[in-house]
Design a protein. Structure first.
Length: 256
């Protein structure tokens, strides 16, 4: 049995007795992660309870683990959707791993403009601040050398599995059989399964949201120029996989 919490473009599946809705920690990113990452990922205090009992040596302790799944597609992942939850969960008491279909992570350049090269008036900064862009770029550089292949990861080995969004996920992650295996393993072992933005499609293709109230990036917000390239309509996939229970939070006739 799972409990569902939805925030903006997040889907979060957690065990029924989870205390995931405790608001813990804070983030300095532009995204509203106080009702996103904090509740989606249990945050530090709840997950740290799963560490080994006191009295064991540090080497023998079992720290909580979180797996972030990223795209390898040229369209990339949205940088802030990784950096914000990493900031919330960061610290030596939680192990963070990163995986992608190819073992390489590709970031959407629009989410990581170089503030030392581009002026503040550049159109790219309508999507992110210079401070956030610096953090995103630094994190991407840090994790790029240690990205696993999803085929080598086991969902049961993690306390939480998070599919990071961005348009790239629609082309590889969401339809990857190994990603589906990881999500099903995590869910069947009572672990946390979460997805952001376009990454929510992975839960639809993995068939883990049947008869579940869900959300995700709404079709009304898709850029017109990009729509012809997209392999499917995310909103339609989520609605079908959930048994018609998709919600976007948009009011009737509300513009994107």
């Amino acid at each position: 049995m799972v409990k569902l919490a939805i925030f903006a473009a997040f889907i979060f599946l957690a065990p029924q007795n989870s205390r995931a809705q405790e608001a813990l920690g804070s983030s300095s990113f532009d995204l509203d992660v106080k009702q996103g990452s904090q509740e989606i990922l249990l945050a530090k205090k709840q997950m740290s309870k799963k560490a080994s009992p006191q009295g064991k040596t540090p080497a023998a302790q079992r720290w909580p683990r979180v797996l972030f799944i990223l795209t390898s597609d040229k369209h990339g992942y949205w940088g802030e959707e990784l950096a914000a939850p990493v900031e919330i969960l960061g610290g030596k008491d939680i192990r963070l791993d990163f995986a992608s279909p190819s073992g390489q992570a590709v970031i959407d350049p629009a989410s990581a403009p170089d503030p030392d090269v581009l002026p503040p008036t550049d159109p790219l900064f309508q999507w992110t601040s210079a401070d956030t862009a610096r953090k995103v770029r630094k994190l991407h550089e840090k994790i790029s050398k240690g990205v696993l292949k999803v085929g080598s990861a086991r969902g049961s080995a993690y306390d939480a599995v998070v599919v990071v969004g961005g348009h790239g996920s629609m082309f590889d992650v969401n339809r990857d059989p190994e990603v589906h295996r990881i999500l099903r393993e995590a869910k069947s072992h009572g672990k946390i399964v979460a997805a952001e933005c376009h990454g929510t499609g992975a839960l639809a293709f993995a068939d883990v949201i049947q008869n579940t109230r869900v959300t995700g990036f709404p079709d009304a917000w898709e850029p017109l120029a990009l729509r012809p390239e997209l392999p499917y309509v995310l909103q339609d996939m989520l609605n079908k996989a959930s048994g018609g229970r998709y919600e976007s939070g948009l009011k009737p006739n509300e513009p994107p």
